[in-house]
Write a protein that binds this ligand. Structure first.
Ligand SMILES: Cc1ncc(COP(=O)(O)O)c(C=O)c1O
Length: 353
């Protein structure tokens, strides 16, 4: 693989089988729990050729070596689970609600000592790092789209000898490469942009550190948080078009931001300047905001993000969402439909209140 190639090319070429006459262009789906003895895999919980193809392709985009997991949450859980009991962890005080719930439960049980910080306040994050084992950075955050100064935080953490893991689900390797910035682990909810068709749940961890890779692999092997071969194949098939989809969705998002900002029924629009997620606040109650989400015809009223189709939801409809997220906040995952059709749908939904 030529690592100087562009991501658009890498996504199409990586993780292919060896070129042999009559060999398949695509990796096959290896549906086997059992493998003949004396090989490198040994058993279906330890490895699988279809996972390996996907892992190779994610590594080609993010750098390092990759492990695929059964979901993004399984990948996040692996990162925290290899830390010693009571290890101090610095993490954002708001971010994906699943990760927040996990961190809160680890903190409350004493499994970890989590120091919750405002990741936009770089100095306060650096202050909290002293004596920590790991800094967990999700940037931009879900759903408020706060952006951390990754370069500065990673460089400070490395000077202090602290591990850094970055959830790169929203930005993707097309926008930022945390491993190239010095992070130890980059995590993805592969469920989102990388697979991109709202039909797969999967996660990944990539690292440049062979010893860390080994610990994470051992954890996955005994924890059993492995992906299915079919899901891995679907994810790799989706990944082939990830740059195309992401670039189109981002172009659509950039065109929608000024229109949303100028709309009289919208009080605030959050957009980090890249990516395909926009969060905006409706001028009205939680009920009216809910009505907007339910009134769309093209945009699906559903949770999740990063798929080819536009989705939106009021995040506070989830009881576990942070109270710091406004009741009127709608998180819109912009898809690849024609932008004029998306805008028509948004305008009509807003006209319902
Ligand atoms: C930023 C982020 N990280 C992690 C996850 C968890 O991923 P999964 O749903 O694949 O477990 C999500 C899910 O929405 C997410 O948005």
């Amino acid at each position: 693989m030529d690592m100087n190639q562009h991501p658009e090319t890498i996504a199409i070429t990586a993780g292919r089988p060896e070129v042999v006459p009559d060999g398949a262009l695509n990796p096959s789906i290896v549906l086997s729990a059992t493998f003949h003895a004396e090989g490198a895999i040994g058993y279906g919980r330890y490895g699988n050729q279809t996972w390996s193809s996907l892992e190779e392709a994610i590594s080609a985009l993010e750098g390092g070596s990759t492990l695929a997991f059964s979901s993004g949450m399984a990948a996040i859980n692996a990162v925290f689970s290899i830390l010693p009991i009571g290890a101090p962890v610095v993490a954002s005080n708001q971010g994906y609600s699943g990760a927040m719930s996990l961190l809160n439960s680890f903190h409350e049980s004493g499994r970890l000592e989590v120091r919750f910080v405002d990741i936009v306040n770089t100095q306060s994050v650096i202050d909290a790092m002293k004596g920590a084992a790991l800094v967990w950075l999700e940037s931009p955050t879900n759903p408020c789209l706060d952006v951390a100064d990754l370069a500065e935080l990673i460089s400070q953490a490395k000077k202090m000898g602290i591990g850094v893991a970055v959830d790169n689900t929203f930005a993707t390797p097309l926008v930022q490469n945390p491993l190239a910035m010095g992070a130890d682990i980059v995590m993805h909810s592969v469920t989102k942009f990388l697979s991109g068709h709202s039909d797969v749940l999967m996660g990944s961890l990539s690292t440049n550190d062979p010893a860390l890779f080994k610990r994470l692999l051992e954890f996955r092997s005994v924890n059993g948080s492995i992906p299915g071969p079919f899901e891995s194949w679907l994810a790799l098939r989706g990944l082939r078009t990830f740059p195309l989809r992401f670039n189109k969705a981002q172009e659509n998002a950039k065109a929608l931001v000024p229109k949303l900002s100028a709309h009289p029924k919208i009080t605030r629009v959050r957009y980090p300047g890249y990516g395909a997620i926009i969060s905006f606040e409706v001028d009205g109650s939680a009920e009216l905001t809910q009505k907007v989400c339910e009134s769309s015809k093209l945009i699906s009223h559903a949770t999740s993000l990063g798929g080819i189709e536009s989705l939106w939801e009021r995040r506070r409809r989830w009881p576990k969402e942070s109270l710091s997220v406004p009741e009127q906040l709608i998180r819109l995952s912009v898809g690849c439909e024609h932008v004029d059709d998306i805008w028509d749908d948004i305008e009509n939904a807003l006209a319902s209140i």
